[in-house]
Design a protein around this ligand. Structure first.
Ligand code: NAP
Length: 303
């Protein structure tokens, strides 16, 4: 099988590319960075696109049956007014450019599997969000994710099956939030955010990449929460990391108001609470290798 991946050069993308190759899939990828085309090999072919200008190399679609859609500017950067536009546009323009291009050419695409995020669900200590929970966050992130999902759902117009993986906090030693959480804890400066009671629905990067493959191979369609079966509180996650590196959490918790001053609106990433259920993907036959936070953390830290 041949797949086309957007955002293949990112943290999640690289893990998925490895699994695609292990499964004998050939990978085409779209990149906004011409320097990243240099890594191309026979079963890893890069194609340039500039979604802002509507530019895309249509050769990327040749023989492709499945699109894995991951492209998007990081949300872990200060949310200025102009950067907020970048966060949104980098998801909508990319998705829409692919759709509009497919409308104009002959192609063999049957399925699009897109990243989404659990930020679509409102901040809540009590709610337990299922894949079909109708509640929507009305803040900036919730609005971005809703618009992103809406853009991906438009592929149905072309009779292309759509799958949306609402991804939680991805734990990886290669990037994202986890190394940033680890750094202060290693230095003995770790602390909970607020009272540490907010739910963090995490997933190990290896399980997440396997989940993308599972959805493709089993031809699963619809929305799936991409989180491990056991969400934990911020304090439990912090303590699990601290224990692994033999440190104590002695500092007082970091008040929301301080992080708001430092990070601006982006502080909501650290304090918002989403307890999310992954039973739909499990009921479809997916087996998690990492369902316990202690064993997940264990694999990500060299003492
Ligand atoms: N990591 C998480 O915890 C998490 C949680 C929920 C959802 N997600 C979503 O999952 C997706 C992949 O996450 P990731 O952690 O792998 O992200 P990442 O490492 O930041 O990679 C994202 C990729 O998107 C491409 N990209 C960046 N800005 C772009 C722009 N303006 N226009 C077009 N492409 C752009 C880049 O590829 P090129 O440089 O090759 O163009 C980059 O490699 C993201 O959309 C993210 O929102 C991630």
């Amino acid at each position: 099988m041949k797949v086309l991946i957007t955002g293949a050069t990112g943290m999640i993308g690289q893990e998925i590319v490895t699994l695609c190759h292990q499964s004998g899939f050939s990978v085409h990828y779209l990149t906004t960075d011409r320097n990243k085309l240099n890594y191309s090999t026979v079963n890893y072919q890069g194609y340039f696109w500039n979604p802002k200008n509507g530019e895309i190399d249509i050769e990327c679609f040749k023989g492709v049956e499945v699109i894995i859609n991951l492209a998007g500017a990081t949300v872990a950067k200060r949310w200025t007014t102009s950067y907020k536009k970048e966060i949104l546009n980098s998801r909508i323009e990319t998705t829409t450019l692919i759709l509009e291009t497919l409308k104009k050419i002959k192609h063999s695409v049957k399925h699009i599997v897109s990243a989404s995020a659990i930020g679509i669900y409102p901040d809540s200590f009590q709610n337990y969000y299922m894949d079909d929970s109708p509640e929507r966050d009305t803040g900036f992130l919730g609005s971005v994710v809703c618009q992103w999902e809406e853009a991906v759902l438009q592929f149905k117009i072309l009779d292309i099956n759509v799958s949306l993986l609402r991804i939680g906090l991805v734990l990886s030693d290669k990037g994202g939030a986890f190394p940033e959480m680890l750094k202060p804890i290693r230095l003995g400066l770790g602390a909970f955010f607020g009272d540490g009671k907010q739910w963090q629905s995490w997933i190990h990067i290896k399980d997440l990449a396997r989940m993308f493959m599972f959805v493709i191979q089993e031809n699963l369609i619809g929305v799936f929460n991409a989180v491990a079966p056991n969400p934990v509180s911020n304090s439990k996650l912090t303590l699990a990391i601290a224990e692994k590196v033999d440190k104590k959490i002695i500092f007082p918790s970091i008040p929301k108001v301080i992080m708001k001053l430092i990070l601006g609106e982006m502080h909501t990433l650290l304090f918002s609470s989403q307890r999310v259920c992954s039973s739909k993907i499990s009921d479809s036959g997916f087996e998690f290798d990492y369902d316990n936070i202690v064993s997940a953390v264990d694999t990500l830290i060299d003492k």
